[in-house]
Every structure is written in structure tokens, then in C-alpha cells.
Design a protein around this ligand. Structure first.
Ligand SMILES: Nc1nc2c(ncn2[C@@H]2O[C@H](COP(=O)(O)OP(=O)(O)O)[C@@H](O)[C@H]2O)c(=O)[nH]1
Ligand SMILES: Nc1ncnc2c1ncn2[C@@H]1O[C@H](COP(=O)(O)OP(=O)(O)O)[C@@H](O)[C@H]1O
Length: 196
């Protein structure tokens, strides 16, 4: 695979992946490209189709999966999510560092491909803090919140397994977590910046 190494950000829902990623992209214009996933969940206020996600239906997504258009897909909290080959290709064509935000099932599936990304897990300091952040975000119903917390427990266990992630960042203080993330990606960022 040519071009800069992609980056996989994973970790429990509410751990801070989007917050860290958006900041990284804003502070490094023309360096990163987001792999826009498909999902069957409803858009949240402020989310844009084609930018945050490709919002779709189960039927349409299943058709794409059957045709082999996805490098991975998973069910999370009652919805389908997946990374299309086109999502990765769009970023690669621009020679940017491709960032993927996927759950732990996605991490496993991506390991079976030749993508060769840097695997980073973003973890909350504790379950209690995670629950508070998810509640304060006000995006979930009680039901989807409970499903996310259940998935988070599993994620926190699995991410401790040696060899799954290259790095685990505890997102306690946001500034410190962000500095840690930048430090890890520094070499790749330099490579892209010196080329442009
Ligand atoms: N496997 C997989 N997981 C995804 C994909 N896109 C998003 N996810 C994961 O799905 C979970 C739910 O995402 P989302 O509904 O946006 O909620 P949030 O993480 O709480 O903002 C998160 O763990 C994401 O990392 C994808 O394309 N594939
Ligand atoms: N270090 C932090 N301290 C306090 N709140 C945070 C921190 N990081 C993220 N948050 C908040 O927690 C919530 C979940 O973060 P988000 O980036 O949406 O998580 P994810 O993308 O992993 O689901 C958001 O409301 C965000 O503003």
C-alpha cells in the first residue's frame, strides 16, 4: 500500500474519539482525511450526510455489503456501520492520512486486510465518567445509552489484550490526551507536510 499510513481510532462510544479527531483535522489542514462510514442510525442534530456519515438504510447497505463494496461492517447498538472501499479510496487519492473511527469489531476485521494502519484506542478514565459524558452529550435515548455502556465494558476489556492496539490513550484531561495523540502521529504528519 502506498501513501501515508492510515490511523484507526477506536474505543467506547463517548470516549472522545470525535472530539480528538475533529481537533486534529482542524489543526492540521490538508493532512488528514476522514473515512466516511455508512450507518443505519439516524443523523444527530448538526451531522451532515456524506461528511459525518453516509446515512443509509439496512436494505441499501446490505446490498453494498453483498456486492463486496465494504472492507468491514458491524452491528453496533442495533444499527449497521461499515467502511466502504470508496471511503478509503477517496482519502488515499488525495494522499492524506486516512482516519477511521470504528468499533472493536471493525478493528478485528481491518486486521485481516492489507490496510496496515496505526491502531489507537481512546479510553475514558472510568465507566462512571464515560456515563456522565454520554449523558451530558444528550444524543442518546436511555435505551441506546445502556447499549453503549454495555458495549463499552466489553471494549474496555478487549482493548487490554496485548497486541490489539499500538497505543491506548486515556482521555482524562483533553489537552493532555490531544498532545499524546499528536505525538504518536508526529512522524506521519511530518511526512505529509514535507510533501506538500
Ligand atoms: N465497525 C465499524 N464501526 C463504526 C464505523 N463507524 C462508526 N463506528 C463505531 O460505531 C460506534 C457508534 O458510533 P456513533 O453512532 O457515531 O456513536 P458515538 O461513537 O457515540 O459518537 C462507535 O464505536 C464507532 O467507532 C464503521 O464504519 N465500522
Ligand atoms: N477529556 C474530556 N473531558 C471532558 N469531556 C470530554 C472529554 N473528551 C470528550 N468529552 C466530551 O464527551 C462527550 C463524548 O465525546 P465524543 O468525542 O462525542 O466521543 P466519541 O466520538 O468517542 O463517541 C462529548 O460531549 C465531548 O464533548
Amino acid at each position: 500500500m502506498s501513501g501515508p499510513r492510515p490511523v484507526v481510532l477506536s474505543g467506547p462510544s463517548g470516549a472522545g474519539k470525535s472530539t480528538l479527531m475533529k481537533r486534529l483535522m482542524k489543526d492540521h489542514e490538508g493532512v488528514f482525511g476522514f473515512s466516511v462510514s455508512h450507518t443505519t442510525r439516524n443523523p444527530r442534530p448538526g451531522e451532515e450526510d456524506g461528511k459525518d456519515y453516509h446515512f443509509t438504510t439496512r436494505e441499501v447497505m446490505q446490498e453494498g455489503i453483498d456486492k463486496g463494496e465494504f472492507i468491514e461492517n458491524a452491528e453496533f447498538s442495533g444499527n449497521f456501520y461499515g467502511t466502504s472501499k470508496a471511503a478509503i479510496e477517496d482519502v488515499r487519492a488525495k494522499n492524506l492520512i486516512c482516519i477511521l473511527d470504528v468499533d472493536i469489531q471493525g478493528v478485528r476485521r481491518i486486521k485481516e486486510t492489507d490496510l496496515n494502519p496505526i491502531y489507537i484506542s481512546i479510553q475514558p478514565p472510568s465507566m462512571e465518567i464515560l456515563e456522565k459524558r454520554l449523558r451530558d452529550r444528550q444524543t442518546e435515548t436511555e435505551e441506546s445509552l445502556q447499549k453503549r455502556l454495555e458495549a463499552a465494558r466489553l471494549d474496555m476489556e478487549l482493548s487490554k489484550e496485548p497486541g490489539v492496539f499500538d497505543v491506548v490513550i486515556i482521555n482524562d484531561d483533553l489537552e493532555r490526551a490531544y498532545e499524546e495523540l499528536k505525538e504518536i502521529l508526529n512522524d506521519e504528519i511530518q511526512k505529509v507536510q514535507t510533501k506538500s
